[in-house]
Design a protein around this ligand. Structure first.
Ligand code: NAD
Length: 520
């Protein structure tokens, strides 16, 4: 790997976005932490360096967030006023879609098609959140006495947002928009492998008029900066997306403070083909579900269950279609499978495939780095299908987070449900069938936060997203996603004419005649 900073090429000039600055308490400054090197996954070249944030920055950012929420009036603002700022942030993201997309492709290797879609979806998240915020209502609850009871919500204070590297702008927006909407400040800790898009989002938010100090962005190592942020006594909520072991550890740290936590974690999602499925749609959907983003997606459909009667036929079609996928750099508009995030991650994926093969799995297609010399310096791995193992094999239990899936036969619905649900995870699943009764039976029987029927990997900000088992805790998106950044408060307002009866006699005795103050 070269240690020179590579000159930027391509349609967008991004140098102005790659300044060696972190964003603490409304101030852009050179970080005092270790240097983070950013490497272009497509060619292994270092394209930028940034000094990370430190634990001291955490203290400053949290204190500034708390102060800014009060002094700027953000916390007290009427929802429609906060919504106006969120809408402006959405518009600014949309205007700068090309820039966001080019930066994210440079930092993560993803295709431009995908990063453009993610940027547009992030803008949509801010629009949706603004609109939903304007319609969130306090509740007058049913009368149980001579008083009015109002259930209301208030901000939790400062929110810690910790995110992974696979879809920065979308995962940032999914957390930052509702957290701000709820009247909080946010301290974001982006991943070391891809910090730039979160920093760009902060610049966009600042330009759109978000009050200074409400959002800080602290790139840096999880085990120091991230952990200090979660443990900080004045942080009122953690929203985390990342690996299950990290999430479980942070849940313990949060539990010590009795702090509410939302965790979006890993998955090993089944995608299921019944013999009555439309095969063209199923093959297209299965390939998209596992190989887009090079499989670096929490909901990647990495266990492909195929009914035994069509197993050989569908496997042959999947293998041939996979062979035809175009592998290349994310900047090439024809590319479907771009490089992985780093060559070390690619090597881990390759090692998991090799271990599966040593355990008896057969490589049906892929299973190696591409031979094309033009791709030799990038973090590429060919889209891979494995067979010859059953659902108990480690490759069917552990998340690969790369372009690797296993094909598995099933006999009937009962057999399918037993196998599909036999997993520590429960994030997503896909079902391909034309039987509408079966759709309802299977969708309810699958243990998963999301079930896709005759489609896969679609995202709607207005639809709740959650994982069960080791895939997560709590819900993001939708109206409840905003509520999750609030705490409830109940207000009782008396309407009665009389004092409360228990001490009414004494109160009348002392309040309806002059008080003898000399005895007090
Ligand atoms: P990771 O858990 O290693 O890191 C995620 C974030 O946590 C990073 O910012 C990291 O710096 C930080 N972190 C690490 N250790 C920490 C600590 N001790 N204290 C505080 N912060 C810490 O995960 P990753 O490799 O970046 O991302 C891949 C994982 O994310 C996969 O398991 C994937 O399934 C999951 N993911 C889940 C979803 C979802 O919505 N369920 C979405 C995307 C990714």
């Amino acid at each position: 790997m070269s240690t020179e900073i590579a000159p930027l090429t391509g349609e967008a000039t991004l140098a102005h976005l790659l300044r060696d600055e972190v964003f603490v308490a409304g101030d852009w400054r050179t970080g005092a932490g270790d240097v983070i090197e950013s490497v272009d996954p497509a060619n292994g070249r270092v394209f930028a360096r940034i000094h990370g944030a430190t634990v001291d920055d955490v203290d400053e950012a949290v204190a500034a967030g708390e102060r800014a929420a009060v002094e700027s009036g953000w916390r007290a603002m009427a929802p429609h006023e906060r919504a106006a700022v969120l809408r402006r942030i959405g518009e600014a993201i949309e205007r700068r879609t090309d820039e966001v997309s080019a930066l994210q492709t440079l930092d993560t290797g993803k295709t431009r098609g995908e990063t453009s879609a993610l940027a547009r979806s992030a803008a949509g998240t801010f629009y949706y959140t603004a609109s939903a915020l304007e319609t969130l209502e306090d509740q007058v609850t049913p009368r149980r006495g001579p008083y009015v009871t109002v259930a209301t919500w208030e901000p939790v204070g400062v929110v810690a947002s910790i995110t992974p590297w696979n879809s920065p702008i979308a995962s940032d927006a999914q957390k930052i928009a509702p957290a701000l909407a709820a009247g909080n400040a946010v301290v974001a800790k982006p991943p070391v492998w891809a910090p730039w898009v979160t920093l760009l989002l902060a610049r966009i938010a600042e330009e759109a008029g978000l009050p200074a100090g409400l959002l800080s962005v602290l790139p840096g190592p999880g085990r120091t900066v991230g952990e200090a942020l979660v443990a900080h006594p004045d942080v009122g909520k953690l929203t985390f997306t990342g690996g299950t072991s990290t999430g479980r550890h942070l849940a313990h740290v949060a539990a010590d403070k009795l702090m509410p936590t939302t965790l979006e974690l890993g998955g090993k999602s089944p995608t299921i083909v019944f013999e009555d499925a439309d095969l063209t749609r199923a093959v297209a959907g299965i390939l998209f579900g596992i190989f887009s983003s090079s499989g670096q997606s929490c909901i990647a459909g990495s266990r492909i269950f195929i009914q035994r009667s069509i197993f050989e036929d569908v496997v042959a079609r999947l293998v041939e279609a996979t062979r035809r996928l175009r592998v290349g750099p994310g900047t090439d508009p024809r590319t479907q499978v771009a490089p992985l995030i780093t060559s070390s991650h690619r090597d881990q994926v390759a090692a998991m495939v090799d271990a599966a093969v040593a355990d008896g799995a057969r490589v049906l297609v892929g299973g190696e780095v591409p031979q094309d010399p033009a791709l030799a310096d990038g973090a590429y791995y060919l889209p891979t299908l494995l067979g010859g193992v059953d659902n108990s094999a480690p490759i069917c239990r552990e998340e690969v987070f790369g372009p690797v899936a296993v094909v598995l036969p099933f006999t009937d619905e009962e057999d399918l449900i037993a196998q599909a649900n036999d997993s520590e995870y429960g994030l997503a699943s896909g079902v391909w069938t034309s039987d509408y009764r079966r759709i309802h039976r299977i969708a309810r029987a699958l243990v998963a936060g999301t079930v896709y029927v005759n489609t896969y990997k679609q995202f709607s900000i207005s639809t709740p997203f959650a994982g069960v088992r080791d895939s997560g805790l709590g819900v993001e998106k939708g109206r409840e996603g905003i509520r999750s950044y609030m705490r409830q408060k109940s207000i009782y307002v008396d309407l009665g004419e009389e004092p409360l009866p228990w001490a009414a006699e004494q109160a009348r005795a002392v309040c309806q005649q002059p008080v003898n103050t000399t005895q007090a």
